[in-house]
Design a protein around this ligand. Structure first.
Ligand SMILES: [Zn+2]
Length: 340
């Protein structure tokens, strides 16, 4: 069967906040990239990156053999291909986990045999078994701060390359999500009720359908206090985490750093950005050293744009000027190299 993407190299998506949106991304990836003839699906990413949710979204109904809730399917169906009259079409295994029980070469053999019988195998931590497998993945997916998907040719990309990308970027996602949760503690409840979330690289966006009146600087200062206190963060259940012992709702409870002190170089943009195309107000935060400069540059640009907007309002012919100085408002934001 002819593959659906010809000449496709690699696609990047923001790894979304929360399980529901990860399911959705998985469904979208399956529709766009998956072909019925794909036999080896390699997944690469640290634990806690959301691989399971992505797999659930891509392959609804597939029984994962390493459920995060501690349910392990034994014996591993893949190692028991002749096991019964009804054998599945799609197998799943987590190489890192299974290697605790079974030799890597045995796992590689089982995968090869299943593929030989026309089965599909979804393989977590694919990079570990790849050197023994003697076959490339039909589809390779990495999960870190972003989700990358590629259909490798014999020239690559290699699993190690995908691993490099997503292992390096995951800490930013954990820090950004944690910083976002810390901000939410101090956002007044009535504003919190109407917020929604957007993605940017190395940071987060909380948007409101109106301009809130709380002080962003104050929130930043309070969050810095919590970071300085180095409070432990723990998973409670699928909808909650605890920060320093206080239970708080969270839609992605496994995607945090383990301690508030691990959030590095957190900053907020001190103005709400008016996204005039959607008429909403955005609060923007970032983590990581190199991003502060970008945030400040964005802020300067915002201030310039605000001046243009004032001129716009004074002089009906000044629209051309607004056009020259970037598009004003959100247009200027979109052009910033902070968001690659
Ligand atoms: Zn959270």
């Amino acid at each position: 069967m002819k593959e659906r993407q010809i000449g496709h190299l690699m696609s990047h998506y923001y790894a979304p906040r929360g399980r529901e949106r990860m399911y959705n991304l998985g469904m979208q990836l399956a529709q766009l990239y998956l072909s019925p003839s794909d036999k080896i699906i390699g997944i690469i990413g640290e634990s806690g990156s959301g691989k399971s949710a992505l797999i659930h979204g891509m392959f609804p109904g597939l029984d994962l053999t390493n459920d995060d809730d501690g349910v392990y399917v034994r014996p591993l169906p893949l190692l028991n291909l002749d096991g019964g009259y009804f054998t599945p079409h799609t197998y799943h295994l987590d190489i890192r986990f299974e290697n605790g029980f079974t030799q890597m070469s045995r796992l590689a053999e089982a995968i090869a045999e299943a593929v030989h019988r026309g089965k599909r195998v979804v393989i977590e931590h694919f990079d570990l078994v790849y050197p023994l497998l003697g076959a490339k993945a039909d589809i390779l997916i990495g999960v870190g701060e972003e989700v990358v998907i590629t259909r490798p040719s014999i020239f690559g990309p290699e699993p190690e390359e995908i691993k490099d990308i997503v292992y390096k970027s995951l800490p930013y996602r954990l820090m950004a999500h944690t910083a976002e949760d810390l901000c939410e503690i101090f956002i007044p409840e009535e504003d919190l009720d109407r917020e929604s979330h957007d993605d940017i690289k190395h940071g987060f966006v909380i948007s409101f359908p109106y301009k809130p009146t709380f002080s962003i600087k104050e929130i930043e200062a309070k969050v810095h206090e919590m970071i300085a206190q180095k409070l432990p963060i723990a998973y409670v259940d699928e909808g909650h985490i605890s920060i320093g012992g206080n239970i708080q709702p969270c839609s992605g409870p496994r995607v945090h750093v383990s301690n508030t002190g691990l959030v590095e170089d957190f900053h907020l943009l001190y103005h709400f950005i008016h996204d005039k195309f959607n008429d909403r107000y955005l609060m923007v935060g970032c983590v990581g050293k190199e991003n502060l400069e970008k945030l400040r540059a964005l802020e300067e640009r915002m201030e310039r744009n605000m001046k243009f907007e004032e001129i716009d309002q004074m002089d009906p012919f000044a629209n051309q000027m607004g056009g020259m100085g970037g598009m004003g408002g959100f247009g200027g934001f979109g052009g910033n190299d902070w968001i690659f």
